[in-house]
Design a protein. Structure first.
Length: 256
């Protein structure tokens, strides 16, 4: 019990240390954590407004795009932060009692807090500009989406760290392929409205399931029959277990 409390306290300290900029570069990183999703949302709203497209669901294009962009940004930036935390495990400036995975868990927690922050700010912005109701219709479901996305970031981040260390070609291929996530994650369309053959392929993208879960929380009756809680949970558990096992077996290479 005492060891668990010590670990949780250490993770909490490491999490909040990430909010304390030590250099100008760190301050800029904190700024971009909030500015990047806001900029992506603004650009996509302008593009779709220019081409005259209506929202795939609901009455607000801004709200619909927000539910996709924020979760996609959460996953992309979060998994990268976990990866970097693992690759820096051998940093001599790390805290003395810090374990192998403490900083990675703290990075995922930090990203969760910032994602909740910028999502809330963007929702308030949409409400202020458009005057629409932006309060989640099912708050607990919306909260679950953030928790599962955190779990997904952690598992994928561990695998990316292992790949970067021992299989650099795999990481480069992953980085290239994930640039297409914005097109295959349902950011600007409803996946369940796609043809069956397309839906069958989209089903295997875990980020799509996180976005669908968030929309189920935001909208009263969001139409989805592609979302699978079983697939999402098994994917998160599987990637975390596999990533942690691979890294633990090669822990000497990470802490040297």
């Amino acid at each position: 019990m005492g060891q668990t409390a010590t670990s949780l306290n250490l993770i909490w300290v490491l999490t909040w240390l990430k909010f304390l900029p030590r250099t100008r570069r760190d301050s800029a990183k904190l700024f971009w954590l909030f500015a990047e999703p806001a900029g992506q949302l603004a650009i996509m709203i302008l593009i779709f407004t220019y081409i005259g497209r209506t929202p795939a669901y609901g009455t607000s294009m801004a709200l619909f795009l927000l539910t996709g962009i924020t979760m996609l940004n959460f996953f992309g930036a979060g998994s990268a932060m976990v990866m970097r935390a693992m690759l820096q495990s051998g940093n001599k400036l790390r805290l003395a009692p810090e374990g192998l995975f403490h900083d990675a868990i703290a990075s995922a927690t930090f990203k969760l807090i910032t994602a909740l922050g910028y999502t809330s700010i963007l929702l308030v912005g949409v409400w202020y500009v458009q005057g629409i109701d932006v309060i989640p219709k099912h708050p607990l479901v919306a909260a679950q989406s953030f928790l599962w996305c955190t779990f997904l970031c952690f598992g994928v981040g561990l695998l990316r760290a292992y790949a970067t260390k021992f299989l650099p070609l795999v990481e480069r291929v992953y980085a290239t392929c994930t640039r297409a996530l914005i097109f295959v994650s349902g950011v600007f369309y409803v996946p369940s409205f796609m043809p069956p053959q397309v839906r069958d392929l989209l089903y295997y993208n875990p980020v799509l399931h996180v976005i669908e879960l968030f929309r189920l929380g935001m909208y009263d009756q969001y139409p989805t029959f592609i979302y699978s809680p079983i697939y999402l949970s098994l994917f998160c558990i599987g990637t975390t277990a596999l990533g942690a096992t691979l890294i633990w077996r090669q822990r000497a290479a990470f802490i040297e």
